[in-house]
Design a protein around this ligand. Structure first.
Ligand SMILES: O=C(O)CCC(=O)C(=O)O
Ligand SMILES: [Fe+2]
Length: 289
C-alpha cells in the first residue's frame, strides 16, 4: 500500500491575480513551470557555475543521521570546500546535503542573477538560503520554524517533493517539541504496517526540474528527495493565519530553547522519550478517531 498523495497541479505561467485567488487564499500548492526564464540564474545557475564562483568557500553539510542529544539544533555533520562538494555530487551518490546556506551573502555576485518576484504578497527581503543535495539524499519530513509560505526554485537535476498540510499532523508521528516526524519513516516508500496512521494522511507530491518553482503553503510539512544532484533557493512570506503565526512565535521564542535545555539536562533520554511519545500520541489519536 502506498501513501495517499495527490499530484500538485502544474501550470506554465501564472498571473498574480490567479495565484492569489486559486492558490494563496485557499492555501493550495502549485508548480509554476516557466516563471523565471527572464532571470540570469535560469541560464547560468548549475553546479559547475557554483563551483566556479563559490568553490573556495567552506560549507556545512548534513546527512540523514538521527538527531542526537549532544548536537545542538541544526548543527552540521561535516564541512568541506564547495569545490570538493560539487566534485562529490557529480561523481557518486551521497547523503550529504547543504541545508540553509547563506551563499548569496558569501558570494554576492550571485545576487544579481535573480529578483524577488511579485506574487502579490510581500516576501521577506533578507537574502534567501540555498539547499544542495546529491542523488540519494533527502531532507527529513519537517516544517519550518516560522511556518512561512515558501517559494522553492529548483536548479539542475530532478527533485521529488512530498507535502502535507498542518491539518494532517495527527497522522504523521510528529516528534513533540520539534519540527520533524519520526526519522525512521522512509517517506519515499513507507512501511505502512509499521506506521499505520500514515494510511489516513492525505498529501501532495511534485517533481521539480530546472527552472520550476513550487509554492508551499504556510506551515506545510515538506520532504525533499534529490533524485539527481541539484540545488534550490527558497523565498519566503510570513505566515498570515493567526494560528500559524502564533505557532511560529511559540517555536522561535520558546520551543527551541526548551528543547535545547532539556537535551542538556536529560541527554539521550529526552530524545528517546520524544521518539516514543511520537508513536504513543499518534496511536492515541488514531484510536480516538
Ligand atoms: O530542499 C531542501 O533541501 C530543503 C528545502 C527546505 O526545507 C525549505 O526550503 O524550507
Ligand atoms: Fe524547510
Amino acid at each position: 500500500m502506498k501513501l495517499n498523495l495527490e499530484q500538485i497541479p502544474r501550470v506554465k505561467t501564472l498571473s498574480k491575480k490567479a495565484f492569489i485567488r486559486d492558490y494563496f487564499r485557499p492555501q493550495k500548492p502549485v508548480v509554476i513551470e516557466s516563471f523565471i526564464e527572464d532571470w540570469p540564474a535560469f541560464h547560468k545557475w548549475n553546479l559547475d557555475y557554483i563551483k566556479e564562483v563559490a568553490g573556495d568557500k567552506e560549507v556545512p553539510l548534513y546527512d540523514d543521521r538521527p538527531v542526537k542529544h549532544d548536537e545542538g539544533f541544526n548543527e552540521p555533520h561535516a564541512r568541506m570546500k564547495m569545490s570538493d562538494y560539487v566534485d562529490l555530487l557529480q561523481s557518486k551518490p551521497t547523503k550529504y546535503r547543504i541545508f540553509l546556506w547563506n551563499v548569496l551573502k558569501e558570494v554576492p555576485i550571485l545576487q544579481k542573477d535573480f529578483k524577488f518576484p511579485d506574487f502579490g504578497i510581500r516576501l521577506m527581503k533578507g537574502l534567501p538560503m540555498l539547499f544542495f543535495g546529491g542523488s540519494d539524499s533527502h531532507t527529513f519530513m519537517h516544517y519550518d520554524i516560522d511556518l512561512a509560505n515558501i517559494f522553492h526554485f529548483h536548479f539542475e537535476g530532478k527533485k521529488q517533493c512530498i507535502l502535507f498540510s498542518q491539518d494532517e499532523t495527527k497522522h504523521l508521528y510528529k516528534i513533540p517539541h520539534s519540527l520533524i516526524t519520526r526519522e525512521d519513516i522512509n517517506f519515499a516508500d513507507p512501511d505502512l504496517k509499521k506506521w499505520p496512521a500514515l494510511q489516513h494522511a492525505k498529501g501532495h507530491i511534485a517533481h521539480l526540474e530546472h527552472g520550476n518553482v513550487l509554492y508551499i503553503p504556510e506551515g506545510y510539512w515538506h520532504h525533499m528527495k534529490y533524485l539527481t544532484p541539484g540545488f534550490s533557493m527558497s523565498l519566503r512570506a510570513i505566515a498570515r493565519k493567526p494560528k500559524n503565526f502564533a505557532k511560529a512565535v511559540y517555536n522561535i521564542f520558546f520551543m527551541r530553547h526548551y528543547d535545547n535545555f532539556m537535551r542538556r539536562r536529560k541527554g539521550q533520554d529526552w530524545i528517546d522519550w520524544k521518539n516514543e511519545e511520537a508513536i504513543r500520541r499518534t496511536n492515541d489519536l488514531m484510536g480516538a478517531a
